[in-house]
Write a protein of this length. Sequence first.
Length: 537
Amino acid sequence: MKSNFKVLLVYPNLPLMLVPPLAVALFTRIIKNNGYKVDLFDTTEYIDFDGDMSPKNRVKYLQARDFDEKDLGVTIKTGLLKDYKSKVLSYRPDVIMYVAVVEDVFKKCIQMIDEIHEYETPSIMGGVFPSVAPEKCLSYANVKYVGIGEGENIVIDFIDSIYEGRDINNINGIAYKNIIDGSIVKNQASKLVDIEKVLPDYSLFSKERFYRPMGGNILKSMPLETYRGCPYQCTYCNSPAQRNDSRDRIKKLQLTNKTESYSNNFLRRKDMNYLSNEIRKTIKEYKPELFYFVDDAFMARPKEEMNLFCKMYDEFKVPFWFNTRPENCNIEILSELKKVGCYRISFGIECGNEEFRIKTLGRKGSNEDIVNWFDIISKAQIPFSVNLIIGFPGETRDNVMETIELTRKIKGFDSLTISIFTPYHGTPLRSIAVKNNWLDDDVITVHTTSSSLLNMPPPFLSKEDIDNLMRVVPLYVYFDKKEWNNIFKIEQLSEDWEGLYEHYSYLYKKDFLGEDIKKSVIKSSTTGCSSDPKNAI
């Protein structure tokens, strides 16, 4: 009976990355709807392989307001592999599915697979990394199958094939190793899914998993997808690679199956009536305090559609966060978004060298445009953060200082996030780094607050240069230039740098991030001086 056939979903996550993934919730619903039993093993609370947790690093590097994981109800755990093996032994799944695997957690996922390989349970790995680098995933001995692209169809086809005793190798959308010669076989694509077909089911997650720090508060947050795909071609992001691969594979599917109709439009947006129904059901079932829109660029849609969203969402007024691009914004829409509950927005600038940003990163807009866009954005008085990246292939310290200078001209942000460039598989910038011998092609990345993986010669930034800049970029942005000599001492790790760093960090946290810090501060004639007004919350 299907009700006795057990599926184990495994989510290998970075520690304390707290918003539950949409993929797990969608697969849970699909598996239940098809009559199978399903359970979840989630690694979010384990720190065995990730002592320098990305959320805590954000606090360490002055990019987020401090929080205590106890306030989130989270229990930090060790013993991941032991607990995972115990779960497999007690649950005895018929199928194991490693879900939402990104490159940052791939090595952890491999260790989990190796830990239970003796049981020979059929398994498949899916997510961004298997989709863009299936050959690399399958080069590991105990990885037998990977899913490429969207998983909703693959998941149920894989489970059905095992339950019914059919040949797994015939499933569309998977890749596997040929047992005869070891070659990699990539099957034809699975159809693009209808994103209005399945409502997510988050019932396998513990209630603590929905709480996350946001803007100095801890809120029960629910992810929500309003569209899938990204219209942009940023060279540091692997979203374009997924979209382009999907388009090419669907075209091949169209050629071989001419009697059927296939859509190759990877960018799909939900109808507002459907979205309204999904929001209403989510509120009724989970009572969220915040919606966390997972769209790549929420406002990259026609103005008419944004107006429809605002009219639709006015019924709910649950606060929400989203990520978008500054060029998508206008004061009329931002004002309406604020009225219906927009709590925070995140914007990526990434780089302040105009030519590098446009030609190398694929981001449109001059520096003057960016400043003007944010002048408009700040007038809406919605709290927002600005995201930067340092350590790009071919980047110099002067380039980073250009990024700092541009950021100082931007009005209104209350949080600044800096990431170290991560050479993800499937991105053009990774290929550039490999071509220039700045990166070994076998390297698999870790999270974006870890040290740089590039080995660039002068005049480009070294790993040490990037680590040192990571520490001080917020200080250069925030403090008056008369303080820059002291900040430069911190950057260069001069003899007294630790005392200076404690001093400026204290002022930054107190005056910019608005933290209530109850400790003594180094007596000094210097004071924090914001280069632009900030709307701290």
